[in-house]
Design a protein around this ligand. Sequence first.
Ligand code: EPU
Length: 347
Amino acid sequence: MLVVNRDVSLRPLNTMDVDGTLRYLVEWETAEDLGRLFTDSTYADVVDGGVKFIGQGSNLLFVSRDYRGALAKCASRAIRLVGENDKYADLEVSAGVALDDVVAYCCRHCLWGLENLSLIPGTAGGAAVQNVGAYGVEFKDVVVKVNCYDRETHRIVSFDVGDIGYAYRDSLFKHSPAKERYIVVSTILRLSRSPQPRLNYGKLDALVADKNDIVSVREAVIAVRRSKLPEVGKTGSAGSFFKNPILTDQQMELMLAQASRSGIDVTGMPVFDVAGGRKLSAAWLIDRAGWKGVESGHARVWPTQPLVLVNADGFATGREIADLAARIMDDISMKFNVRLETEVEYL
Ligand code: EPU
């Protein structure tokens, strides 16, 4: 199926619930569809203005009211068992499947590995690009291969997990030239048939009724997310708006000195040792800087998780949200000498 819709609204294409107009929305299902899109002259107008591939738009901010160019979404919802033995099962999941549908499928079949990623908005394709993570698990932990359409050769390329450069919210597919060249079509995931509970994050352990019951783990994760994060479909948001910053030892010293000059008590500041330095909690920095619950026009900092910016009443423009984000970033720079980076991509 390859369908091109003209002059559509942006609102259903982003979880931030920002409105605007879009010239072309392409819906596709298979690599063959992409082959037609990129090689058949019927679609030249659509392709010439640039095609941006999106999932559920759960990590996007439309800063301009008119998006020039085309957006493309994968409409396939296919999940297939492609290999198994008594220890594991391999699933091939199309890019367009909602990540939470994959998690729910795995929980129904007692396949362990993704349950900590319950209720995360977005698609499997998006998760493979940005290495979604929550509660001590990252998407890459279950990935075996990612199958992509290659825009240069018009063939399928299959990447092994070790060749994708996965890191915290990062992969090869987020950077040029791979970003422009490869389109994720499907992902092969390896799930465990025996219980592998990972409950070390925060208070998750205490909330799980039966640690060897995958549904108990899923329910606990859902309860934690619901208690802290805005309800998807009710309040527009893009999940975490900023990434947690990773600092070198020297940057850490500068941060502490600046916090002290700003009169901020850093007792209890969460710091985690990670590859490449020490990871700070952006939520903690934003909280200490006094931004929790702050409103600016129709944009708001979420009161129980200040890493999340929301479209408070559905009338916020992308620009308004971007302006609030910029004010927060400037304030964190001033108070902590740390430049936050957005996790959300601006379009
Ligand atoms: N905190 C505060 N004040 C608050 C809330 C949190 O100081 O009001 C501090 C606390 O110290 C808390 C720490 O922030 O311990 C971390 O908070 P949380 O456990 O919510 O995790 P996070 O680092 O803020 C990350 C992911 C989330 C994911 C959670 C849970 C990023 C950018 N975000 O948030 O992912 O759900 O961990 O694992 O890494 C997303 O990417 O959209 C997302 C929601």
